[in-house]
Ligand binder design. Structure first.
Ligand SMILES: *Cc1c(COP(=O)(O)O)cnc(C)c1O
Length: 388
């Protein structure tokens, strides 16, 4: 490990501050480090391995495809990406899918679609997109501009023009921005993930939806973190009873391989034409075969089990010593602890539980199929660390 750590420091760009753990293997919600120490994985690679590590069904789907063809480019037809697109449209009610490889790319596509739609319907000067303060939409120069957190912006100016930020849960502020500017789209996360696991209040989401509908402003929902069963519905907007015009998703979608998707609704399905957008890897057959194997299992019974486990998490952590509050939805949980979140996470690692942080909170994004015994074991360790 110390050799690896040194080589990492020598050869890997200094963008990450890694915890002192080398993960070498795992199964389901349990992973092992280079010394054979066991950890319960409550982060699933930031909400990516939604069926856990080395899930049998996912491994089979991926390896079977691997033996057939690993990549073709988008010059030819392949079955897995079409099958996945069909599954996603059926699960979301959206009409068409564009595949990329990450959350940022899914948002880039959403932004391009919104700009083209508005330019065609309202003129080229209607390009602004409103996002929320404290949001997170990615790390490219454009999705950074969309991200409503100045800390990410400071060294990378000038960013892409045309993004305005409005405070979350303040409908009047949003209405004022809409009245004073030419707006192509409003983009939200229903639960702000990186921003601290804060669900938007239903009246605000419904208010934005009505406002956008009335003025033919597109509503983009960033479901990169909240999507694919994470909140107990297939997509988080389904908890709010709204229909977006564009949905972006990634993270859990591929179950562990890089995959992003932009879902286009009735208003937007024909906006992009031949040559307007593309991706060499997008819709890669291996990533899509894996995704079909996870998305295909997310039926009502499965989503209900996510909701039941969510209830267990909230009940177990309620009124615990050292825990000020618990926020979130489904298996996307933010814990406001009395001690600094980073300190709790480091102590949890010592005790064999891997957690994440989001702003000043401890964040949990366990695999959606984590069994209740393992979940409870992890929660008890987190509780005792918070109480120390
Ligand atoms: C993680 C995340 C992104 C960026 O995804 P990448 O795959 O890292 O590009 C965008 N939006 C939200 C809401 C996210 O949580």
């Amino acid at each position: 490990m110390s050799g690896l750590k040194q080589r990492d420091k020598t050869y890997i760009a200094n963008t990450y501050s890694r915890f002192d753990v080398e993960i070498v293997s795992g199964k389901g919600s349990v992973v092992y480090d280079a010394n054979g120490k066991r950890y319960i994985d409550m982060g699933s690679g930031i909400g990516v391995t939604c069926f856990g590590i080395a899930d049998d069904v996912w491994v089979k789907a991926v390896t079977e495809q691997l033996d057939k063809v690993q990549h073709t480019s988008n010059l030819y037809y392949t079955e897995p990406c079409v099958e996945l697109a069909e599954l996603l449209c059926n699960a979301s009610g959206m009409k068409k899918v564009f595949f990329g490889n990450s959350g940022a790319e899914a948002n880039e596509c959403a932004i391009k679609v919104a700009r083209k739609y508005a330019a065609e319907k309202k003129g080229r000067d209607c390009f602004n997109i409103i996002t929320l303060e404290n949001s997170f939409h990615g790390r490219t120069v454009t999705t950074l501009a969309a991200t409503g957190q100045d800390v990410f912006h400071k060294d990378f100016q000038p960013l892409t023009q045309g993004f305005l930020h409005s405070p979350a849960n303040d409908l009047d502020a949003m209405k004022k921005l809409v009245a004073e500017n030419k707006i192509a789209a409003i983009m939200i996360e229903c639960v702000q993930g990186e921003g601290g696991v804060n669900p938007l209040i239903p009246e605000f989401v419904k208010g934005i939806y009505d406002l956008a509908q009335a003025q033919d402003i597109l509503l983009i929902v960033d479901e990169v973190q909240t999507g694919n069963g994470r909140t107990g519905e297939m997509y988080a907007y389904q908890n709010y009873g709204i229909t977006p015009d564009i949905v972006s998703t990634a993270k859990g979608l591929g179950g562990g391989l890089p995959l992003g998707a932009t879902l286009l609704g009735e208003k937007t399905e024909f906006v992009l034409g031949y040559g307007d957008h593309g991706s060499t890897y997008g819709g890669n057959p291996i990533a899509c075969a894996g995704a079909v194997s996870v998305i295909g299992r997310m039926n009502k019974e499965f989503l209900d089990s996510v909701k039941a486990k969510s209830k267990l998490v909230f009940e177990t952590l309620a009124d615990s010593k050292g825990i000020e509050s618990v926020s979130g939805m489904g298996l996307m949980i933010g814990i406001k602890t009395e001690k600094p979140a980073k300190e709790i996470v480091i102590k949890c690692i010592e005790r064999g539980v891997l957690c994440l942080t989001a702003k000043d909170k401890v964040r949990l994004l366990p695999a959606l199929n984590i069994d209740e015994a393992t979940l409870t074991e992890a929660l008890e360790i987190i509780k005792s660390v918070c109480a120390e």
